[in-house]
Design a protein around this ligand. Structure first.
Ligand SMILES: Cc1cc2nc3c(=O)[nH]c(=O)nc-3n(C[C@H](O)[C@H](O)[C@H](O)COP(=O)(O)OP(=O)(O)OC[C@H]3O[C@@H](n4cnc5c(N)ncnc54)[C@H](O)[C@@H]3O)c2cc1C
Length: 551
């Protein structure tokens, strides 16, 4: 073993499968090292040299030929050694592939001979030498998993449970797989750090590397502070822009980039779209025991990046305008993207309910997703789920393992018409779940945080449920407002494609060069597999369109 892991991480490693452990710490063979030596620069660094420090800009990829390098997590408790990298091993994790600033620091602790490759050189090797690419990409992905579990002190989200901005920040970092830890400022450790840094414990703040405070940042502010590149330079010009990084958009990016298109993905919330809000997808082919939505999306994103696709997130597409050369996309920060073609994959979002005080409790007890993050807020409380579709069913099953009890409320008299049979049977046979038919949630109660809801049965009247967690999973609305009247929409706001839009190919919209796929498309089957399928095949139509422009 050429990478040693200190005790804390060795404990964490027990949670990893043997395959993940092997992938994370695999060494390069002598042939691979010889190949990298030809491409990179050989350097000798003395003990005490920092190769890079967390938060600095772009950094390089290093193979350790001899000597020893420590990987260090810098936090408020001082420097923690995350790994010791010796001969024939390499340094780096996923951020290197994604162009992110490092989350950890690397310091030479025994005089070392190293092979250094720039990010571009490393990406070129990954794409041109699959044997080396497989080892590096698998290691980077597995190391990110380890980092996510090890709650690195490099990024600390501070603030009390139930504060909406804390939940918002945690949603952002969890769904984008940014290593972090959360210190609840009502608990001793969080309160002590807030006191030492003179921070208001009632507010959300971010602390980097133990002492650098960013006060009440929004999500782009967190990304900036971490050195995560959000910005595509103003006037950037690409072949294909994919708007939305749900499963459909990610698939389009994988196929676009792998088939030679200069591909950019714009995502306004988190990579994965709706799938990132699901704890387990059980009907996606190839995963007989299911896969978490974030895992599926994450794998796709790595694949797309490996082929050269770029992701800008969180960034919102605000409008599109036709130009002489194609289309101009205006982003929320005012920047413009010039693109020759567009795949719209902006999906749908849950409808908000016309419930009194709803806004007051959003992220303070009212949630629109049921993942590991929200499950944390269900400990010691009953949970209420509104909705009768598969997403509500999955949420109920998942939450029943975390909450004291789960109540599913539906207006209809049964679930058979709206939920898959396998889920329905599981719900009915689970003693931790009660399905309330002919029932609506009609009132929310609490002071700052949700503490209870009123359920109103059509015939039997009102009952009260004490709960700190209400999940709203009803009727999805298409994300098409930003398109204005550019493309033809159906009467519910979904984008018309193919014949219905006067298009020559199935996913062509009424605007030439703009395609729509996945849940946002009128008539689409609202499933992961169908979105992925549409995202994969649309690229051949894009190629045909671009070839036509050049002819
Ligand atoms: C809880 C839950 C469980 C589910 N379980 C299953 C299941 O088990 N099996 C199954 O097959 N399907 C399941 N689904 C449905 C499945 O997730 C969707 O069909 C699928 O995600 C649709 O993919 P998409 O790429 O078309 O859109 P989405 O997943 O909706 O992604 C769209 C993306 O576009 C982004 N976006 C929107 N507007 C903009 C803009 N203006 N600029 C930039 N970005 C924008 C959004 O933030 C989002 O990330 C589930 C859905 C949910 C919510």
């Amino acid at each position: 073993m050429t990478i040693e892991t200190p005790t804390k991480n060795q404990e964490l490693l027990q949670e990893f499968t043997a395959a993940q452990r092997e992938a994370a710490f695999k060494s390069l063979s002598p042939d691979m090292i010889a190949h990298l030596r030809e491409i990179g620069t050989v350097t000798r660094e003395a003990s005490g040299t920092w190769l890079y420090e967390a938060g600095m800009g772009a950094y390089d990829f290093y193979v350790v030929v001899s000597g020893m390098v420590h990987i260090i997590d810098q936090g408020d408790q001082g420097d923690g050694i995350i790994g010791r990298v010796g001969s024939n091993a390499f340094i780096g994790e996923l951020g290197l592939l994604m162009g992110q600033a490092p989350f950890l620091s690397a310091k030479v602790v025994e005089d070392a001979e190293l092979i250094r490759l720039t990010g571009d050189e490393m990406r070129a090797v990954i794409n041109s030498v699959p044997e080396i690419g497989d080892v590096i990409v698998a290691a980077f992905a597995a190391r990110r998993e380890l980092l996510m579990k090890s709650a690195t002190a490099n990024l600390t989200i501070m603030g009390p449970e139930g504060e909406p901005s804390v939940v918002r920040a945690l949603e952002y970092v969890s769904r984008n797989r940014i290593p972090h830890r959360w210190l609840d400022t009502r608990q001793a450790e969080g309160a002590a750090l807030a006191d030492r840094l003179s921070l208001d414990p009632a507010q959300m703040n971010v602390v980097l590397r133990g002492d650098q405070v960013v006060k009440r940042p929004d999500n782009p502010g967190i990304a900036y502070a971490l050195g995560i590149p959000l910005d595509v330079a103003d006037g950037t010009s690409v072949d294909l822009t994919v708007i939305g990084a749900g499963p459909g958009g990610i698939a389009a990016a994988v196929y676009g980039a792998s088939e030679g298109l200069n591909t950019l993905v714009i995502e306004n919330t988190a990579i994965g779209g709706q799938v990132g809000t699901s704890s387990r997808i059980e009907n996606y082919m190839g995963f007989p025991t299911g896969i978490s939505g974030t895992d599926l999306a994450y794998r796709g994103q790595i694949q797309a990046i490996k082929f050269g696709a770029r992701f800008a997130s969180p960034r919102t597409a605000r409008s599109v305008e036709q130009t002489e050369d194609g289309w101009n996309i205006k982003l929320c920060n005012g920047n413009d993207i010039c693109t020759r073609s567009i795949v719209v994959a902006t999906g749908v979002q849950y409808r908000r309910m016309p419930l009194p005080r709803l806004e007051e409790f959003e992220r303070a007890g009212v949630y629109y997703a049921a993942t590991e993050l929200e499950a944390r807020f269900c400990a010691n409380t009953e949970a209420v789920v509104i909705g009768g579709g598969n997403s509500a069913g999955q949420a109920a099953m998942y939450l029943s393992r975390h909450a004291k009890h789960v109540h599913v409320c539906i207006r209809r008299d049964g679930l058979a018409a709206t939920m898959s049979d396998y889920l329905l049977k599981r719900l009915e046979s689970d003693p931790r779940i009660t399905v309330h038919t002919l029932t609506e949630v009609t009132a929310l109660h609490g002071d700052k945080m949700l503490s209870g809801v009123t359920l109103t049965h059509k015939e039997n009247g009102d009952t009260h449920v004490d709960t700190k967690a209400l999940f709203i999973m009803i009727g999805a609305a298409p994300n098409t407002d930003w398109l204005g009247d550019k493309c033809k929409l159906d009467d519910k706001g979904f984008i018309l494609t193919g014949e219905a839009a006067g298009g020559s190919t199935p996913f062509a919209t009424s605007c030439s060069g703009i395609y729509a796929i996945g849940d946002v498309r009128s008539g689409s089957v609202k499933r992961v597999a169908s979105s992925v399928g549409e995202g994969s095949v649309v690229v051949s139509a894009v190629h045909g369109y671009l070839a036509g422009l050049e002819a």
